[in-house]
Design a protein around this ligand. Sequence first.
Ligand code: SF4
Length: 364
Amino acid sequence: MAGLYIHIPFCKQRCLYCDFFSTTLLSRREEYILSLLKEIEERQNEAGEAIRTVYIGGGTPSTMPIECVEAILRKIKSNDVTEYTFELNPGDATEDYLSRLRRAGVNRLSIGVQSFQDDLLHLIGRRHNARQAKEAVRMAQKAGFDDISIDLMYALPTQTMDQWKADIRTALSLHVQHLSSYGLMYEEGTVMTRMRDQGAITETDEETENAMYDYLCARLEEAGWTHYEVSNFALPGYEALHNSSYWDGTPYIGVGAGAHSYIGRVRSWNPADLEAYIRGMEDGSLVRESETLTDRDLYNERIMLGLRTNKGIPLSDVNVRNGHEMVTKMTVKDQLLRITEDGRLVATQKGLHVLNRIIEDLMI
Ligand code: SF4
């Protein structure tokens, strides 16, 4: 089974923290869709396995007219797809758009809420407000969506613990099934990083960020949710299949500007350049860069991706020099990892705070 990722790079405005590949050149949407449809047509069988999950992400897919989304979905020929996810900006939600999405086959929504606090949404440059976010969830439920994920951000400048607790309370009160939550990252070249460097905003300290994360994990666990990946939580049975396939090495085909694919040992990617993509697909000159993963790369990926999940990695997979000593130190002395009854290494709550460091230590 394989996954299909479809990238829609358009956004109506740029969020101040964003370093993803996206563009506000909405006038190029029609040409882009034509190229995208062509690429889906040409490449959907490339993995040699039936497509089981489809994820339309961005950018902001909901900047697309619904007719374009319908055309994309009609292009996908697999009868084995069980999960169609679509990323929605709350500011784009209308009853008509959502019902048509549902009728076109989308059965999972990922809504970019980020916060239920208007001041924070404004500060990070989002174009929707808290009322629209709640309304988007309500409209989606009315349109028949019963698998809804929302994104929430923490460690935002000026965000208090009380605001964060209120956001989690609101999220739970909305009866959604899935939550993805990320601490704000100050990526190089973004407006927020510039603001921080100029002293206009203050970065949240590590202790507060960890406390926010711990509160989130504890509160959701208490509410019966599964913490199945470092940043992802779900009610039982609602873990995202598409995302899980990234973590367990399932092949995926990525179409659209900047999209990555992973088939066999080969990772390839389209140019993250709107015009080069449109032109390249139009005249057949598109050049995809690629790399073949070595045994070492594959080992490192397994460590990196596996330790992010609640399944962890088999203890026997650890292949680093002094592996036994290192694992003993991390499990017994530092309590960053634990060994499950079936012999797997899983990060503890303490370990999740320093996961990148653990991963680095276990990579070769
Ligand atoms: S909507 Fe998403 S992709 Fe677009 S600018 Fe904001 S964070 Fe970036």
